[in-house]
Design a protein around this ligand. Structure first.
Ligand SMILES: [Zn+2]
Length: 122
């Protein structure tokens, strides 16, 4: 049984949470040039590493808020809990984020505007 530290409620039993799968999957912008195969990779392929894995969790029986967890899939040790929209801070979790094959995908590149200078507004 895991003891998960919800960033809003504190330590709670694993049974109060639901895992939302892999974290940090960037959604391609509407205007992208992805092939069907590249889009299928974005949509369907999920990592399943032996070691540090970055996951999204929701406190379903508590505050119902989402957050990220860096967890070792072998020992189940929770290395870090951090907010949605941020990247991990611990060295092991940062290394897992950087080493993920997903950082090199066409879908990840298509999630960022081609030219930030060309964007209008805020
Ligand atoms: Zn909570």
């Amino acid at each position: 049984m895991l003891l998960i530290k919800c960033p809003f409620c504190g330590d709670r039993d694993e049974l109060e949470f639901s895992c939302g799968g892999e974290a940090h999957i960037a959604r391609p912008l509407a205007e992208n040039t992805l092939t069907d195969a590249e889009f299928a990779d974005y949509l369907f392929l999920r990592d399943n590493p032996k070691g540090v894995f970055l996951e999204r969790w929701i406190h379903t029986d508590g505050c119902r808020r989402w957050f990220n967890v860096a967890r070792d899939t072998v020992s189940h040790e929770i290395i870090e809990v951090y907010p949605m929209g941020e990247t991990p801070k611990t060295e092991a979790a940062k290394a897992a984020h950087k080493a993920s094959w997903r950082r090199q995908t066409a879908a990840e590149a298509a999630a960022k505007p081609a030219s930030p200078a060309g964007r209008s507004g805020s």
